[in-house]
Write a protein that binds this ligand. Sequence first.
Ligand code: AMP
Ligand code: MG
Length: 346
Amino acid sequence: MKTEYLKITGDARTDEEVIERAAAVIRRGGLVAIPTETVYGLAGSALLEDSAKKIYAAKGRPSDNPLIVHIAYPEDAERIAYPDEIFTALAGRFMPGPLTVVLPKKDCIPDTVTAGGDTVAVRCPSNPVAHRLIEVSGHPIAAPSANRSGIPSPTRAEHVLADMDGRIDMILDGGPCEIGLESTVIRLDGNGSCTILRPGAVTAEMLGEVCRSVRIAPAVIEPSLANGIRPESPGMKYKHYAPKADLLLVDAPHDAFADYVRTHAEGKYGVLAWDEDAALFPEGALLSLGPRGDAREASRRLFSLLRQADERAFTTVYAELPPAEGETLAYYNRIIRAAGCRIIRP
Ligand code: AMP
Ligand code: MG
């Protein structure tokens, strides 16, 4: 299959033409990679079983890991699911944006999309290209991250091209993603309570402004728990986001981290380092996270840096273990999975 690569330029008229062409691909059951505010998504109609099958095949995604369905407006949730009052309250505060809510599904959503389950995960993206494509296509859109299953999610169109060229119909290049990590996924537990199944830019603290109580699923912090009988979100159990290089997390204050790397690293290695610490490592090893403690910037860069580590042929990459809290929880959740949960405590 030939993959068309089209750029979003910012010119309203030509961009609308590009989106109309992409919408036609969606309506006829094809796949289009699209920019969203989180990561690039691999979009297909959520109403067509065949599109969902193509998504699993193009990604090499296990068929028991359901897809998130994207809608243009929170009100459209009624078309595909049974939203309740707390959904409406959450939508008023966080939608459009990086929040996905698991709801009981309606019959129009094929079982393939939800991996046979009776719930559907619903999100309303804020990226204008994603929003407009959903609106123009007239279909709710199933869109997992547009990477081959298991490796770091794509945060630039070039990442998608590297993974998906020849496997999908079209790629829309809308520039780098603003957030860089996937959406927060929550389950509603009744009585205004919710459980975070996957952390993202909408934090537990933020959800607490709307929900009476916010629980964090244990597997978010301790992935080995996801190997139990039935993880609450199927995606929890898979090895994820991993570069080819061995990623090693060091649980130590940053001076001790630098000492550990200096005394142990050999071969062609890289270091995920804050700008302030750059001088502590050889220049050829640096993978810059940005200014120290800027969780948003580090999150924006993480997946791109893990891909860069492979492009630069590092065999090992060292990183500090971040705290599992607040704005850093999403970064923590991704990096421990990318490291296969190997943590060094010097
Ligand atoms: P991705 O498509 O790569 O962004 O991953 C989507 C995430 O949402 C995965 O972790 C899925 O397991 C999770 N997910 C999707 N649908 C559901 C659902 N109905 N219930 C629970 N988790 C879901
Ligand atoms: Mg993914």
